[in-house]
Ligand binder design. Structure first.
Ligand code: FE2
Length: 315
């Protein structure tokens, strides 16, 4: 598809309410199970390829670390760290049809042209969640994914809860149950929250346990925190908007981190959430250990935890 063939549509054609979901499904499943939503953002002018090209140019100039890109074929079980970088992102974006490229426009709300769009989308979702959600959120943002035909987004988990809204092209999204310990063992969760964001392993033999969705322009899927997922484009360029919330999760993170170290000492720790007393004790012990040895919290590792924490950050 040539960029010039993408029609520019004025957002006056959009209805006031952009995102629609069955209210009882939303209430029952928000941040528990994946579910489908619909939306009217596919025609929004800011998601057309010429505008995304301009966004890429501005982002590279002013916030280069907010534009992630790589290039090349990826398998679902591959790790993020093993994907290839592109040398000319603007060229790869211009030749998206053939470049096997994958772009993430992080924190797009920081671009003034997209700030209002962000406010509107976030406000609608918070409104649907209701019930004091504001006080549970530590961070929120919007991310735009732009990918070449057939590109795979490798299997991973996120610390954010996402609303993945398909804007352009079709793709398959496979979401697994985060409570299924054969799919996502406790050890992998502990490693994810403590030392390695690439810890979750894709198990092709368990693929049939995924809920699979066909994303098309106008629909979307809610993916709760830590639900494993992977995606593959159809034979088309894809543009996807992700609206994200990160909850205040320091307690959960510290319990997983404490459990990671306990397991390495030969103890089989209980998962977070079973006993709030035990969880609080672990968090306290962990913060004391962290304060006493700020550069070497993990007695079995040469990598300081502070370094592991610095390397945290969404891809
Ligand atoms: Fe994700």
């Amino acid at each position: 598809m040539e960029m010039s063939t993408v029609p520019a549509v004025h957002d006056a054609t959009l209805p006031d309410k952009w995102i629609e979901a069955n209210s009882s499904v939303f209430r029952e499943n928000f941040d528990r199970m994946s579910f489908e939503v619909s939306h009217h953002l596919a025609l929004h002018p800011l998601f057309q390829l010429p505008q995304l090209m301009e966004l890429a140019e501005r982002t590279l100039k002013t916030r280069p670390s907010d534009l992630y890109y790589d290039m090349g074929n990826v398998a679902p079980g591959q790790k993020w760290k093993d994907t290839g970088r592109v040398f000319s992102p603007l060229k790869a974006l211009r030749q998206l049809e053939d470049s096997s490229a994958w772009f993430i426009f992080r924190s797009t709300q920081r671009d003034p042209a997209y700030t209002e769009l962000y406010r509107h989308a976030i406000a609608e979702i918070k409104d649907m969640v209701g019930g004091g959600i504001e006080s549970k959120i530590s961070r929120e943002d919007i991310i735009i994914f732009v990918t070449s035909p057939k590109r795979v987004t490798a299997y991973h988990i996120d610390r954010e809860c996402n609303f993945i809204l398909q804007i352009h092209g079709k793709k398959d999204l496979h979401v697994f149950d985060r409570e299924d310990r054969q799919v996502l063992p406790e050890e992998e969760l502990e490693r994810y929250w403590s030392v390695d964001h690439n810890a979750p392993n894709y198990r092709p033999e368990l693929q049939n346990r995924a809920r699979s969705y066909k994303l098309v322009p106008g629909n979307g899927v809610h993916v709760p925190v830590n639900c494993p997922h992977w995606l593959q484009n159809d034979d088309n360029i894809s543009v996807t908007l992700s609206v994200n919330f990160q909850f205040i999760d320091s307690m959960r993170a510290d319990v997983y981190r404490a459990n990671h170290y306990l397991r390495r000492l030969g103890i089989n720790p209980s998962p977070p959430g079973r006993s709030s007393l035990r969880d609080r004790a672990k968090v306290m012990a962990f913060s004391i250990a962290n304060a006493l040895t700020p550069l070497r919290t993990d007695p079995l590792s040469t990598e300081p935890l502070s370094q592991a924490r610095r390397s945290e950050g969404r891809k």
